[in-house]
Design a protein around this ligand. Structure first.
Ligand code: ADP
Ligand code: ADP
Ligand code: MG
Length: 690
């Protein structure tokens, strides 16, 4: 077995690999970019070496530099994680040439499966069923257009070298073909350096079911059952589970054997995933093979009691697979939710910022790679694979995944209940996350009823994106109490008094007590998460009394409000007859109230704080995040209609279209194709028609 390995990745997967290596007594070398100097993966590895600037191209994708670091530090093998260099056959060759073990399949297998087109041709020969389509060499637009017409719409265009749901376009009719092809090729070349595409029939209501395969160098090749990854947004997985609901044993065996045949056809070694797209009737077709460890591998580990990274290390060291097919069985049910820094309400746009507060599900959870790491084969119910800690930033340079939350249950119902609870205990302040969305998704009838297909999110749009709900009285009262408490603490600190919260002591009050008459104030809170409701603000009247307050809100009878207890940021209050508990995390003016399984972001409109500030200038269309301009579709002086695409930006490996908010006139274009733009930078000057 190796004594030292280099982990050529970052984030949660680097931490996760490090945890297994540590458990096996193997030393680890991290590599990191300038943006990651204080990242968790650097902290959890035994050694760490800086390899370049933030941009992945100049750091995590620099194979020759990473190999030099491995040689200099005496590592014998390189684990590539997923993404970055994990499916780069040239890198695997370069490792071998340098005398290093690449922890993954042979370069020849990666090449065979690296192109979706070539892989489909190969599978065709191995009699693995394929989705009808064109995956040949010819790439001229007219030819491809004719192929698409022949396949029949809707048609899916895919970057042959694609991955991560990028480089795909669904085309509904022939008229859309040309524009979609151009945009698909543009994304393919910028994301994968290769603009080759394939076209295939776009299936209706399919499920994504994939098989985990594993092979050793001694000729053993097995499958570790399936994962259902049908719940997707933008063709990227959001929830994954194992086993797939309603999977008959015979079909499981048939898919498993087809996957093993696919792996054997390319002389596969190590961990791999064969992805199938399945119709509701159970018929299934080969989609692609991912020649690496998959993001969602933990659900397989949870139901099989295995550590797939340990298996990878053993196989790479020439050992036999720890278990053969007949020794494997499915135990219970596991679900994974990908927690992203993104804004589901704004088209899942990635969100950049700092994790000011990070609370992970209490007690049951353990962090891989953290100091409390438990062996990952232990029968824990909740597992968190995360590459970030409180105070870390989600930057525009890398994937915005914050963590993977994985639960196990004896059956699907128990796993669902645990996921729902764990999500409500996952609290993040500082950037937008998909946690509330995930909770609605997990609790919604479609997912909980296992009515799965890749269109689940779109089809249930109305329930998954409910109209902004008004902040509850309890949330507002908790915010008000937290605000008053913070003022009180300030004064206590200044006066050097005991930090307590004695409402009966008027001298301990920061801003309340008045001789002879009760003091009343009106607090105004804006509701950040109700942005859809124009200028949603709440006025809360608080009248101070000896040991309690009187709480008033427009249209409601006054109620007595009292603080029952407080531990740090956890408050228990009583409002009228209603008891409420919650955690209030303050981030500047924003009070993040977590109560009743909900997260409210209430901005205190401090009448004193913003005096003298002016409104920001209107009429400019700004960059939603830092990125690059890839197309300018409007010209100076052009009249445009509401919704017309004006500029296309690429940021975080995705294209974003900036469209006209109204009919109007483009007065000025401020950037050209290829320009880098900062977050919030005005892209063009626009004048709405009167
Ligand atoms: P999976 O099928 O396991 O979800 P994906 O194909 O979605 O795998 O990609 C795996 C992960 O690697 C994703 O988080 C994706 O964003 C990331 N990824 C994909 N391509 C790259 C790349 N070129 N560089 C860095 N990360 C990448
Ligand atoms: P990637 O390399 O980005 O993972 P895949 O080929 O695996 O690309 O496809 C990603 C997702 O796109 C699938 O999980 C599925 O939801 C959808 N998809 C792919 N091919 C088809 C198809 N022919 N019909 C319908 N949906 C498809
Ligand atoms: Mg895929």
């Amino acid at each position: 077995m190796f004594t030292k390995i280099l982990i050529a990745n970052r984030g949660e997967i680097a931490c996760r690999v490090a945890a297994t290596a540590r458990r096996m007594g193997i030393k680890t070398v991290a590599v990191y970019s300038e943006a990651d100097a204080s990242a968790k993966h650097v902290a959890v590895c035994d050694e760490a070496v800086l390899i370049g600037p933030a941009a992945a191209k100049e750091s995590y994708l620099r194979g020759e530099k990473i190999i030099a670091v491995a040689l200099a530090t005496g590592a014998q093998a390189i684990h590539p994680g997923y993404g970055f260099l994990s499916e780069n056959a040239d890198f695997a060759d370069a490792c071998a040439a340098a005398g290093l073990v690449f922890i993954g399949p042979l370069a020849s297998a990666m090449r065979a499966m690296g192109s979706k087109s070539a892989a489909k041709s190969l599978m065709e020969k191995a009699d693995v069923p394929l989705v009808p389509g064109y995956h040949g060499e010819r790439q001229d637009a007219d030819f491809l257009h004719a192929q698409a017409d022949k396949i029949g719409y809707p048609v899916l265009l895919k970057a042959s070298a694609g991955g991560g749901g990028k480089g795909m376009r669904v085309i509904e009719n022939s008229g859309e073909f040309k524009a979609a092809l151009a945009s698909c090729k543009r994304e393919a070349i910028s994301s994968f350096g290769d603009d080759k595409v394939l076209a295939e029939k776009y299936l209706q209501r399919p499920r994504h079911i994939e098989i985990q395969v594993f092979a050793d160098t001694l000729g053993n090749c097995i499958y570790l059952f399936e994962r259902d990854c049908s719940v997707q947004r933008r063709h990227q997985k959001v929830l994954e589970e194992a086993p797939a609901p309603n999977m008959p044993a015979e079909r499981r065996a048939a898919m498993g054997e087809a996957a093993v045949a696919a792996a054997r056809a390319v002389g596969y070694v190590g961990a791999g995933t064969v992805e199938f797209i399945a119709n509701q009737d159970g018929s299934f077709y080969f989609m692609e093979m991912n020649t690496r460890l998959q993001v969602e591998h933990p659900v397989t580990e949870m139901i099989t009691g295995t550590d797939l990274v340990e298996w990878q290390l053993r196989v790479a060291a020439g050992q036999r697979l720890p278990k053969l097919q007949h020794e494997l069985a499915i135990h219970g049910h596991s679900i994974e939710a990908r927690i992203y820094a993104e804004n589901p309400e704004k088209g899942f746009l990635p969100s950049i910022g700092t994790l000011r507060h990070l609370d992970t599900p209490a007690a049951v959870a353990f962090e891989l790679g953290g100091t409390t790491a438990v062996g990952i084969t232990s029968p824990a119910n909740v597992r968190i694979d995360s590459g970030v800690r409180a105070g870390d930033a989600i930057s525009p340079f890398y994937d915005p995944m914050i963590a993977k939350l994985i639960v196990w249950g004896a059956d699907r119902a128990q796993a669902l209940a645990r996921m729902s609870l764990a999500l409500s205990e996952y609290r993040i302040v500082g950037l937008a996350t998909n946690i509330a969305f995930l909770k609605r998704l997990v609790e919604g009838a479609a997912f909980s009823g296992a009515d799965l297909d890749t269109g689940l999110i779109e089809r249930n749009h109305d329930t998954l994106f409910p109209p902004a709900r008004a902040a509850s009285d309890a949330a507002l009262a908790l915010a008000a109490v937290a605000l008053i408490a913070s003022e009180k603490n300030g004064s206590a600190a200044r006066s050097g008094a005991q930090a307590g919260f004695n409402l009966a002591d008027p001298w301990g009050q920061a801003a309340g007590w008045r001789m002879n008459q009760p003091y009343a104030r009106l607090l105004s809170f804006g509701d950040e998460y109700a942005a859809a409701l124009p200028a949603k603000a709440y006025g809360v009247g608080i009248t101070y009394r000896a040991s309690e307050w009187l709480y008033t809100q427009a249209g409601q009878p006054s109620r007595v409000l009292s603080l029952m207890s407080r531990h740090g940021d956890d408050f228990s209050i009583k409002l009228g007859e209603q008891a409420a508990h919650g955690t209030v995390r303050r981030d500047g003016d924003v009070f993040h109230v977590f109560t009743g399984g909900q997260h409210y972001a209430l901005t205190f409109n401090d009448p004193m704080a913003h005096a003298g500030e002016t409104e920001t200038e209107g009429g400019r269309l700004t960059a939603p995040m830092p990125g690059k301009v890839v197309a300018v579709l409007a010209a100076k002086g052009q009249q445009v209609k509401k919704g017309d695409a004006l500029v296309i930006m690429e940021a975080m490996k995705m294209e974003h279209t900036i469209a006209a908010p109204h009919d109007g006139l483009v007065e000025e274009i401020l950037y050209g194709v290829g320009d880098q733009v900062a977050d919030g930078a005005p892209l063009l000057a626009f004048k709405a028609a009167a």
